[in-house]
Write a protein that binds this ligand. Structure first.
Ligand SMILES: Nc1ncnc2c1ncn2[C@@H]1O[C@H](COP(=O)(O)OP(=O)(O)OP(=O)(O)O)[C@@H](O)[C@H]1O
Ligand SMILES: [Mg+2]
Length: 415
C-alpha cells in the first residue's frame, strides 16, 4: 500500500510541506538583516514552526547563520537560556569551530558542556542550580547569553538570526516585567536579528499595544491560513500521486476542517487511509474522516466537558449552533444562558483555556478545534433535543446580511 502523503506529527518539510512562499521570504529576509526584529504570530496549528524551521534551514544553506530556540516547554528563565545556548551550538557548531566553548567562555554563569552523540557536537547548558536562583539572577544570565550570541556574531563578522518560538511564554516568568526585560536585551543587539514567534494571538496583540513592551518595536507578519483553493488542489494532487483518484474531496475538506493547516492535513490524512484500498475518494469520505477525528478525541473531550460548569457547557452549545449573538434573548432562552456578563466571563475563561479563540476583529468567538466543535454538535446537543450532523458549521454571516435562521429542534430539523 502507498505511504500516506500527509504528515501530522511534528514539523513538516520536503514534499510534505507546501506553499508559504511569501512567509518564508519575509522570515528569511528578517533572519539575514542585522538588528531586524520581526514578530510572526497566528493561531495554533497554522504551520508556523514548520515554516520557521524551513526558513532557518534555507538561511543556513545559503551560507547565513540562524537557529531556533523553542520556549514553550521552559519551566524557568534558566531553561530559556539553556535552550538558546543549545540551539546556537547545534546550528552554528556545524559551520564554526568551538561554538559551545566560545559561548561558555563569554558567560559569567556556570555552563556545563555535554557531548551530543547524534551530532558529535558539544552542547552547553546552564548550571541546574540557576533554576532555583532569584528571578533577577536568572534574568541577568539570559541577558548575558543573548549578549554572548551577539558578541559571537560580531567577532565572526556575521549576523545571527535567532527565532524565539512561543516567545510569549516568557511572560509566564514575571508577566509584563519579563516582556520589558526581553525588549531591553534585544534592542541593544546589532549583530543578532530576532524573529519572535507565537501562537497566542490574544496575548500577543496585547504585548504590542501602546504602552506595552513590544509596542512599535517589531515588524509584524500575521501567519494566516493557506489559500483554500490552492490547498484543496494540493491535497488532491498528493492523493492522486499516491494512487487515489479524487472527486470534490479537497474542496469538501476545506469546508469542514476549518482554517488551521494541521486540522486540514489531519482530515486529509485520515481520508487517504480510508480510501486507499478502493483507490477513489469522494466528498462524503471527507465527512467520514472528520467524524473519525472527533471520535478519536472522544475521551479527551468528554473529560474536558465534565470539568466545565453547566453554564460553560451551555455557552459552548450555543456557540456551536448560533455562532454569535449569544446574548440575544432567543439564543439565551434556548440554551439556558445567564446574564450577558456571565456569558462574557464564560467566553473569556474558555479563551484563556485555549478552547475558544476570539477573532481578530469584532467580538466573534470560534472553537479553537473544529473537532471539539464537532464533538459538541454531535454529542452534547442531544441533551437539549437538537440533532445536527457532526460537520455542522454555523453559516458565515457576511457584513450587513441578516443572521442565518437558527436550526430548529431535532423534530423540525431536516438533517
Ligand atoms: N506548509 C505546510 N504544508 C503542509 N502541511 C503543513 C504545513 N504547515 C503545517 N502543516 C501541518 O500542520 C502541522 C503543524 O505544523 P506546525 O507545528 O509547524 O504548526 P504550528 O503553527 O507551529 O503549531 P503549534 O501552534 O502547535 O505550535 C504539521 O505537522 C503538518 O501536518
Ligand atoms: Mg509551533
Amino acid at each position: 500500500m502507498a505511504e500516506n502523503p500527509f504528515r501530522i506529527h511534528g514539523l513538516v518539510a520536503g514534499e510534505f510541506f507546501t506553499d508559504r512562499v511569501a512567509e518564508l521570504t519575509r522570515i528569511r529576509d528578517a533572519l539575514r538583516r542585522p538588528a531586524s526584529k520581526l514578530l510572526v504570530y497566528g493561531y495554533r496549528r497554522m504551520g508556523k514552526s514548520s515554516a520557521l524551521a524551513l526558513a532557518v534551514d534555507q538561511v543556513n544553506r545559503q551560507r547565513g547563520h540562524a537557529f531556533v530556540a523553542d520556549l514553550s516547554t521552559a519551566s524557568t528563565v534558566a531553561d530559556v537560556s539553556t535552550r538558546i545556548l543549545q540551539g546556537a551550538a547545534a546550528a552554528l557548531g556545524k559551520r564554526w569551530k568551538n561554538v559551545a566553548a566560545d559561548l561558555a567562555s563569554r558567560l559569567q554563569a556556570t555552563v556545563s558542556l555535554t557531548h551530543d552523540r547524534a551530532s558529535g557536537l558539544l552542547l552547553p547548558s546552564i548550571s541546574l542550580q540557576l533554576r532555583r536562583a532569584h528571578l533577577a539572577d536568572q534574568r541577568a544570565t539570559l541577558g548575558s547569553v543573548l549578549d554572548a550570541v551577539n558578541d559571537l556574531a560580531r567577532d565572526r563578522g556575521a549576523t545571527i538570526g535567532l527565532v524565539l518560538d512561543e516567545f510569549q511564554d516568557i511572560a509566564r516568568f514575571g508577566g509584563e516585567d519579563a516582556e520589558w526585560h526581553l525588549r531591553g536585551i534585544i534592542q541593544r543587539h546589532d549583530h543578532v536579528s530576532y524573529v519572535l514567534a507565537g501562537s497566542k494571538p490574544h496575548l500577543i496583540r496585547r504585548m504590542i499595544e501602546p504602552g506595552r513592551a513590544f509596542y512599535d518595536m517589531l515588524d509584524v507578519l500575521y501567519f494566516g491560513p493557506i489559500d483554500p483553493g490552492y490547498f484543496a488542489s494540493w491535497i488532491e494532487q498528493r492523493m492522486r500521486g499516491a494512487g487515489v483518484t479524487c472527486e470534490g474531496v479537497g474542496a469538501r475538506i476545506m469546508e469542514i476542517a476549518g482554517p488551521r493547516t494541521r486540522d486540514i492535513t489531519q482530515v486529509a490524512r485520515t481520508c487517504f487511509d480510508r480510501t486507499t484500498a478502493a483507490g477513489k475518494a469522494v466528498a462524503g469520505d471527507a465527512d467520514l474522516a472528520f467524524a473519525d477525528g472527533v471520535a478519536e478525541r472522544d475521551d479527551a473531550f468528554a473529560d474536558f466537558w465534565q470539568q466545565l460548569t453547566p453554564h460553560q457547557q451551555n455557552v459552548l452549545r450555543a456557540l456551536a449552533v448560533a455562532g454569535e449573538g449569544l446574548t440575544a434573548a432567543e439564543t439565551s432562552g434556548r440554551f439556558g444562558l445567564a446574564s450577558s456578563s456571565a456569558v462574557s466571563q464564560a467566553l473569556a475563561a474558555l479563551v484563556d483555556a485555549g478552547r475558544l479563540v476570539r477573532e481578530e476583529r469584532g467580538a466573534r468567538y470560534e472553537f479553537d478545534s473544529p473537532f471539539l466543535r464537532g464533538w459538541v454538535v454531535s454529542r452534547a446537543l442531544l441533551d437539549i433535543g437538537i440533532a445536527l450532523p457532526v460537520t455542522y458549521r454555523v453559516p458565515a454571516v457576511s457584513a450587513g446580511a441578516p443572521a442565518a435562521a437558527l436550526p430548529r429542534r431535532a423534530t423540525e430539523a431536516s438533517v
